[in-house]
Design a protein around this ligand. Structure first.
Ligand code: FES
Ligand SMILES: [Fe+2]
Length: 364
């Protein structure tokens, strides 16, 4: 079990993030960040997105490959995403300057070859499990840092829904909110009274992990919650000696949440719930993020049951995420009003996480 109250207080005194204001810590650009869903971009299409204030044009060439260029024509600075795709190249909407997928200017229709200007910046771009990622940092680091897969989103024995919303807060509030299951109190209307017990914590250079079990202190579970958890128990399990078990982990810059129930308790076994999340900062001050994620539920043994129950799962998770979005936006407003991070964090796993986020991020 978790350290007692005295240890909590001690660790609170001794562990500070070196005076770093976490909300003035930029997301480290030397990682991959999702900017769009693969199916938002058909061959020949272009969309304009942002990473931390930088405009980026994503387009899918005739070859089916996705490319990312700075979304600003080198000529008169208009957005390239207004332009047209020709083959694997892009033509600006205004005067038709052409850029290849590396951003090099390959044609100015009214000038000779010898007078071609410089092009625009390009970013490594890659599709993984239905999401389009870009690497905004040093391109030589890109290949080694590519995520392998995004939870269980591609598995047929799971049913998966997308998580996709803009939240007006710094990305670090998102990490902390998910990591900290002591806020179940806020979800009392959705889940009744639940008490989280911390089972342990671990952390390393670029990651932090916390594990919990839960007990109900009052009220009943909602239908959506029961679908995710209770349906996975086989008959008779309630007489076994088992505990539900949740693991939340930040592997900078992404985050995951997994739940095992009943006999399915070993981490080597499939979790019943597998959530993957990444928070892409949108504006230059990184006061807004777009959350991209997948929520995957292991299909219960009764065929078709998951589809019947799915609307409840969606309803339940939407309510939970709406409450989380509201509260982290309040946290951001408090930071804006106070001008610095006044948070008084007392929970050691959260302090681990804050240190990882401070260490991996880049001060503004
Ligand atoms: S502004 Fe893009 S070609 Fe002129
Ligand atoms: Fe929450």
């Amino acid at each position: 079990m978790l350290d007692d109250q005295a240890t909590l207080a001690d660790s609170c005194q001794t562990s500070v993030q070196g005076g770093v204001d976490l909300r003035r810590t930029a997301a480290n650009p030397d990682y991959w960040y999702p900017l769009a869903w693969s199916d938002e971009l058909k061959a020949g299409q272009i969309i304009g997105r942002r990473f931390a204030g930088d405009p980026i044009a994503l387009y899918r060439g005739a070859s089916g490959k996705v490319f990312a260029l700075e979304d600003r024509c080198a000529h008169r600075q208009v957005p390239l995403h207004l332009g047209v795709v020709t083959g694997d190249a892009l033509k600006c909407h205004y005067h038709g300057w052409a850029y290849d997928c590396s951003g090099k200017c390959t044609d100015v229709p009214y000038l000779g070859k010898e007078r071609r200007p410089n092009g625009v910046r390009s970013y490594p771009a890659r599709e993984i499990d239905g999401l389009i990622f870009i690497f905004p940092g040093r391109p030589e680091l890109a290949e080694a840092r590519l995520p392998a897969s995004l939870g269980s989103a591609q598995r047929r024995d799971y049913k998966t829904r997308r998580l996709n919303r803009e939240v007006a807060c710094h990305y670090t509030f998102m990490h902390e909110n998910l990591f900290d299951m002591n806020h179940q109190f806020m979800h009392r209307k959705q889940m009744g009274s639940i008490r989280a017990s911390c089972l342990g914590r671990k952390h390393g250079d670029g990651w932090a992990q916390v594990e919990y079990s839960f007990s109900r202190t009052e009220g009943k579970s909602s239908v959506g919650e029961r679908v995710i958890v209770d349906l996975m128990r086989t008959r008779g399990d309630e007489h076994q000696d088992f505990r539900d078990h949740m693991q939340i982990r930040t592997d900078y810059p992404a985050q995951s949440l997994k739940v095992w129930v009943g006999r399915n308790i070993q981490e080597t076994q499939d979790p019943v719930l597998d959530v993957w999340l990444c928070y892409t900062p949108l504006d230059a001050q990184q006061r807004t993020n777009r959350t991209f994620g997948y929520l995957s539920v292991k299909k219960p043994p009764i065929p078709g049951l998951i589809h019947l129950a799915w609307p409840f799962v969606v309803w339940f998770t939407e309510n939970i995420f709406r409450e989380d979005k509201e509260i982290v936006e309040y946290e951001q407003r408090a930071h804006d009003a106070q001008g610095s991070d006044w948070n008084n964090e007392v929970f050691p796993p959260l302090r681990d996480l804050r240190e990882v986020l401070a260490r991996c991020g880049v001060p503004f």
